[in-house]
Write a protein that binds this ligand. Structure first.
Ligand SMILES: Cc1cc2nc3c(=O)[nH]c(=O)nc-3n(C[C@H](O)[C@H](O)[C@H](O)COP(=O)(O)O)c2cc1C
Length: 202
């Protein structure tokens, strides 16, 4: 099958991307608005952009009108900081509750029953249930397109890690304890328990 994205409707292209780029890690991003209200939402167009300095990148898609800008992006544009929380299987269903298209005044912490706790260096809260929280300061936002589903890249420098002591051994994270989940296409997720090693050539 050959697909030319320029002559294919965007929803079909979206489905192709979601099925092809798998599994995707999930940035569970917590932010605060200028009135102090908390927001938290998952984003799987997410990865590490740089290790030195440590920089994370995720992409916020544009909604259809009348309100194309998601709360996460609006909050980051004003506060210029956010927290990326790692999602473990045990609170996956609560993370999923935070992905509804709620109006800005809805606090997803209340909807999901997740617990906001203070960060050290940023005003955005951390998710207490998450075993790893990364406090980030905004470096850049980059708008890739003004079309529906067009991405808006958010690059943030990690200025503090919080890692559950039981999961941390000499700067390595225990994946069997962390039980991070990843996103597949549709409503599917993957666990991170079935792994194998390959030795990289010298
Ligand atoms: C696991 C998962 C991953 C998601 N990944 C993205 C993503 O990468 N980009 C995006 O724009 N929306 C993504 N969404 C949808 C957003 O979470 C959803 O639009 C949410 O309502 C945004 O919240 P906000 O308006 O409070 O920022 C994802 C949803 C789920 C459940």
């Amino acid at each position: 099958m050959i697909v030319d994205p320029t002559s294919t409707d965007y929803l079909s292209v979206y489905k192709l991307l979601l099925g092809s780029v798998v599994p995707r890690p999930i940035a569970f991003v917590s932010t605060v608005n200028p009135e102090g209200a908390f927001n938290v939402a998952p984003f799987s167009f997410f990865t590490v952009a740089s290790a030195n300095p440590p920089v994370l990148v995720f992409s916020v898609g544009r909604r259809a009108n009348p309100d194309p800008t998601k709360d996460t992006l609006r909050n980051i544009n004003t506060a210029r900081e956010f927290v990326v929380n790692v999602v473990s299987e045990e609170f996956g269903p609560k993370m999923n509750l935070c992905a509804g298209d709620y109006p800005p005044e809805v606090n997803e912490f209340q909807v999901s029953g997740l617990t906001p706790i203070p960060s050290d260096l940023v005003k955005a809260p951390r998710v207490a249930e998450s075993h790893i929280n990364m406090e980030c300061r905004l470096l850049y936002t980059i708008e890739l397109s003004g079309l529906v589903s067009g991405g808006h890249l958010v690059l943030g420098q990690v200025i503090r890690f919080h890692i559950d002591d039981a999961y941390f051994h000499d700067y390595r994270i225990d994946p069997d304890k962390l039980r991070a989940i990843g996103r597949m296409a549709g409503n599917s997720y993957t666990r991170t328990l079935d792994r194998f090693d390959m030795i990289r050539p010298a």
